[in-house]
Design a protein around this ligand. Structure first.
Ligand SMILES: O=c1ccn([C@@H]2O[C@H](COP(=O)(O)OP(=O)(O)O[C@H]3O[C@H](CO)[C@@H](O)[C@H](O)[C@H]3O)[C@@H](O)[C@H]2O)c(=O)[nH]1
Ligand SMILES: [Mn+2]
Length: 387
């Protein structure tokens, strides 16, 4: 396939324009436009011939209006087909060409928003967090994960206390075995090779899952689930009489402290912070946007990383080199003045194979953003975005 690729050797990323793609898209648009014009010509003829009966006139007229709306929608989507771009990153070059960067990646703050422990099970949020805590990042201590809980739920905090303990085993397991799926749930549902080590870690995951699910079922964290004085203090300090999810002071609980907490192999760990912003019924909370604003203020004081990744609670990262891929753009000084964010597309799991209902939403996450990239840059889809 003939393509135009811009890749100065040593560059951390390349951009590819496929001229055949462009010509075919444009030719198709032209043929389609011609067909639309013929259609409207036909509609107008029908309209003129139906003036003697009110009913046939109104039918012809309403069909014309509907087709006008569809043609308008088609026209607005066409610019995205004119100049689509494909991008490629070379994270392995960060090590080669930026030897001084390898031990000095910039700090990265990761925001994960959740809002309700019953609609968004904490076990899923834990999987989201573990998939990014286990990123290949050097040093891992530079990563800080902030979990924003708009549900203000002790159940979510409990789930993350458990996750912090499990992470001490999960992170070295992923690192040493070069696991790709670093969300435990996705990993144990994949075709992994079973051996004594995977059996052991699966058992630990199942234990954590059982504890989290039992607590959710009971609706409160019983004393028998609390392991130490520190945990007890966190629950009794915040969840006092009069605490409701719509009315409570802010809660910040540091569950893992990088530099202090180590995993089972004495390797460092990222920061893990549970956070629930202050809420009261008299002021609007502005949903996820409000949560992100509060996270910006908290992280600004605690870690203030130059790069932030935003994630929803119902997703996980499926590639441990993701932050390095984003760095391929952020480390490029020539790109920097015009670079607002680096966004990854969402892919969905659990769809039927042929995706007959188009649940992948390919146009929203692939086709349109790649087309916008060739014009002025893609729109922000709200998640999976480094900024
Ligand atoms: O008061 C709230 C309400 C929601 N959320 C979180 O916001 C995220 C997105 O909400 P969801 O209900 O899952 O929306 P979706 O339609 O699945 O998400 C898409 O649409 C949202 C609204 O446009 C964007 O914010 C998301 O990034 C985008 O993935 C979730 O993590 C929620 O936990 C909060 O933190 N606080
Ligand atoms: Mn969602």
């Amino acid at each position: 396939m003939e393509t135009t690729t811009t890749d100065n050797t040593g560059s951390l990323h390349s951009v590819e324009m496929n001229p055949r793609h462009h010509i075919l898209n444009r030719a198709f648009a032209l043929i389609y436009l011609f067909a639309i014009l013929v259609l409207f010509y036909n509609h107008i003829l029908n309209l003129l011939n139906s003036t003697n009966s009110f009913i046939t006139f109104s039918i012809s007229f309403s069909i014309l209006i509907s087709d006008l709306i569809l043609a308008f929608m088609w026209t607005t989507s066409q610019p995205f087909r004119m100049r689509p771009l494909t991008r490629q990153q070379y994270p392995e070059k960060i090590t080669k060409n930026f030897s001084n960067e390898i031990n000095n990646f910039p700090a990265l703050d990761i925001f994960i928003c959740t809002a309700d422990p019953y609609k968004e099970p904490p076990l899923n949020v834990v999987n989201t967090a573990l998939s990014v805590m286990a990123y290949d990042y050097n040093p891992i201590e530079k990563i800080s994960i902030y979990v924003s809980d708009d549900g203000g739920s002790e159940l979510t905090l409990f789930a993350f206390m458990e996750a912090a303990k499990f992470a001490a085993y999960w992170l070295p397991f992923c690192r040493e075995n070069k696991i790709i799926q670093r969300s435990p749930d996705a990993y144990f549902n994949s075709n992994y090779t079973e051996n004594s080590e995977t059996k052991k870690i699966k058992l630990m995951y199942e234990n954590m899952k059982k504890r989290i699910e039992e607590v959710i079922e009971r609706g409160k964290v019983g004393e028998d689930y609390i392991n130490n004085e520190e945990e007890l203090q966190a629950f009794t300090k915040y969840w006092t009489l009069g605490f409701t999810r719509h009315n409570h002071p802010s809660i910040i609980q540091v569950l893992l402290e990088s530099g202090k907490d180590k995993d089972m192999t004495s390797h460092g760990m990222p920061n893990l912070i549970y956070f629930s912003r202050e809420k009261n019924t008299s002021s609007p909370h502005h949903f996820k946007a409000g949560a992100l604003n509060a996270l910006l203020r908290v992280s600004g004081i605690m870690t203030n990383a130059p790069i932030i990744l935003t994630l929803d609670c119902d997703m996980y990262s499926n590639d441990p080199s993701t932050p390095q891929r984003a760095l391929c753009y952020f480390l490029d000084q020539t790109l920097r003045p015009n670079l607002a964010y680096v966004q990854f597309p969402q892919t969905f799991h659990g769809l039927n194979e042929a995706d007959i209902y188009a649940n992948e939403i390919k146009a929203l996450f692939f086709t349109n953003p790649m087309g916008m990239d060739g014009l002025n840059g893609p729109n922000y889809v709200g998640t999976g975005c480094f900024l």
